[in-house]
Design a protein around this ligand. Structure first.
Ligand code: GLN
Length: 238
């Protein structure tokens, strides 16, 4: 069994350790004897067939501008995959651009894929600090956020969680991130996955489920260290 991860724009979209999410998925697969291939997608590359997990990190406004055209180019393929249930995790900058658009503080509109029913406009100040949320389906999730974008989620997506500490989507409505099918968009860097193993396993499980006709039971791992890291992150002040 082999899982193919499509890592979108690792050069431009990789803030605050986001690449660690790919390493976390890879390591938890390897511990269960599941092979992993990571395909790094950069502008002008072709999207290979049979992708099992899509991942994309955060980036500066300038980086989001650099990848905009290529993202428009590959958007229909990404949309087909997500409609088909491919598990996907997009953080901050790519969360915004999996939505309809991100309008920066200097008024430039960077167009997104419209896969997620969200829009983002830069606010007057950056929202920075540790964040803890009560997620829908994965318990407490911890991370770190740093964004100018204020995101409003539409009726076609569900929030990923409710903010306990921090700002989340917009600092106002207490929602954090969003979920559509098996695609989760979130502002949580950190990276998010190593300290939230249940969430990591969700992506692995969904990827395997799509490949096998029977159900999937992931081998249980010893998460003592991950849980300690989680508890320590959850106890930090903002
Ligand atoms: N540039 C975007 C913003 O400031 C995304 C930032 C990020 O990915 N951390 O909102």
């Amino acid at each position: 069994m082999k899982i193919k991860i499509l890592h979108l724009y690792p050069k431009e979209m990789n803030l605050y350790g986001d690449h660690g999410n790919v390493l976390a998925i890879k390591r938890r697969c390897e511990w269960r004897n599941i092979d992993v291939e990571v395909i790094e997608h950069e502008p002008d590359n072709k999207i290979p067939k049979d992708i099992d997990i899509i991942f994309g990190g955060g980036g500066q406004d300038s980086g989001q501008g650099i990848i905009e055209d290529d993202l428009q180019e590959i958007a229909p393929k990404l949309k087909d995959m997500i409609e088909d249930g491919v598990p996907c995790l997009v953080i901050c900058g790519l969360y915004q651009l999996f939505g309809k658009y991100f309008q920066t503080s200097d008024g430039k509109k960077i167009m997104g894929t419209s896969i997620l029913d969200v829009i983002t406009n830069a606010g007057p100040e950056r929202l920075i600090g540790n964040i803890v949320i009560n997620s829908y389906g994965f318990g407490e999730v911890v991370g770190y956020e740093n964004h100018s974008g204020l995101t409003s989620i539409g009726p076609n997506v569900n929030p990923f969680g409710e903010v306990i500490l921090g700002a989340g989507n917009n600092g106002e409505d207490k929602t954090e991130g969003c979920r559509y099918k098996n695609c989760i968009g979130t502002y949580l860097h950190g990276p998010i996955l190593p300290k939230n193993p249940k969430l990591t396993d969700f992506f692995i499980e969904k990827a395997l489920e799509r490949k096998s006709a029977t159900g999937v039971m992931l081998k249980k791992l010893d998460d003592e260290i991950e849980e300690k890291a989680h508890a320590s992150a959850a106890s930090r002040p903002r």
